[in-house]
Design a protein around this ligand. Structure first.
Ligand code: ZN
Ligand code: ZN
Length: 348
């Protein structure tokens, strides 16, 4: 199997302009962004959704969070800090790594999506800075920001995904491309979720409402990122079927399983059994369900029999995480506000 991949050419007047020849890897691209001639038709919907999702962290009021934070239960506060530290790390790593992937992607419309995703990961990192800057003093803020370097559990779990990302940078080829895409898919679809669940649980207990809203916006963006990487993986399977051997499918299953196990261990460590409204088995049931959902979305079947449906104890999460369910009370109001301001810009 030819395992080589090549960086996309930049100024390339001799590039191929035939839409039907365009492909994810090793295409002789001109880099022209032509929105009228897309090979990957799902990109139009994706692009529109991502544009409509635009938001600004500072537009969310954190006044109540400022007074709630010092009064959180010790277990809640410890979890808040550790989860935020983990999320800052994930979003920062994403914004740094996505361009590494994009430089090998030769389908320009998919590169457009990766650029938008990178921009959104930057907004996510900035939203955490805004949250920390509002609710705590500069010393506490820095302690939280760098906990991922000193907390052993946090460092250990960052190693798994960090090493997969490093591997692709050091040795880019088709197989490591497949692995870095799966790593992205796991990060977007499993890693964020015990953290999101913790914030939503604070929300249903009437605490830290501003942080909860920030997370809802972030969650809505992460859903589109998950959608993007699912599509990239399915296109890759279509265009490079030789990569998807029984052996590599086993590797994917092992990677998703490792991701699920680490997320469960992490959830037990940060959430434990002392936070009102959550307990260890709720966390592990929910993460196994997510693992199944992500795995079966790639057409690979079931990873954890018995966890095919959303656990009854976790049905409330959907009220916060499902963008469609909150459209009228929250997201829709925002979208129309931004539409108005962009019209003003046009008149200048
Ligand atoms: Zn993000
Ligand atoms: Zn993301």
């Amino acid at each position: 199997m030819d395992n080589k991949i090549f960086r996309k050419p930049l100024f390339n007047p001799e590039g191929d302009i035939e839409v039907k020849n365009r492909c994810l890897l090793n295409f002789n691209t001109t880099n022209i962004n032509d929105f009228n001639n897309m090979k990957y038709s799902w990109v139009s919907d994706w692009y529109r959704q991502a544009m409509n999702n635009f938001w600004i962290p500072e537009e969310i009021n954190l006044n109540q969070d400022k007074s709630d934070y010092p009064n959180l239960l010790p277990a809640e506060r410890a979890a808040y800090d550790k989860i935020l530290s983990f999320l800052v790390y994930l979003d920062s790593l994403q914004s740094a790594n996505l361009p590494n992937i994009a430089q090998f992607v030769t389908a320009n419309e998919i590169n457009l999506c990766l650029s938008i995703q990178t921009f959104q990961e930057c907004i996510h990192s900035q939203s955490y800075s805004y949250m920390l800057d509002t609710i705590c003093n500069p010393t506490e803020r820095n302690e939280i920001l760098y906990q991922w370097k000193t907390d052993e559990h946090l460092l250990r779990r960052n190693e798994f995904i960090g090493q997969l990302y490093n591997e692709f940078v050091e040795n880019p080829n088709k197989e490591s491309f497949l692995r870095v895409c799966i790593a992205n898919y796991i990060l977007e679809g499993i890693y964020f979720y015990s953290g999101f669940m913790f914030f939503y649980n604070l929300g249903r207990n009437g605490k830290m409402p501003g942080s909860v809203q920030e997370i809802r916006y972030i969650n809505r963006d992460e859903n589109t990122h998950l959608w993007l990487f699912k599509k990239i993986l399915l296109e890759l399977e279509d265009e490079e079927p030789q990569l998807f051997t029984e052996e590599s499918k086993k590797m994917i299953a092992d990677m998703v399983k490792t991701g699920v196990e680490q997320e469960i261990a992490w959830g037990q460590y940060v959430i434990g059994n002392e936070i009102p409204g959550l307990n260890g088995s709720m966390v592990s049931d929910y993460i196994k369900y997510l693992g199944n959902l992500r795995y079966s979305s790639l057409g690979l079947g079931t990873l954890y029999p018995g966890y095919e449906t959303e656990p009854d104890t976790m049905k409330w999460v959907n009220q916060y995480s499902n963008a469609n369910m909150v459209k009228t009370d929250f997201f829709e109001a925002r979208s129309s506000a931004y539409a108005k301001s962009s019209a003003i810009e046009d008149d200048l």
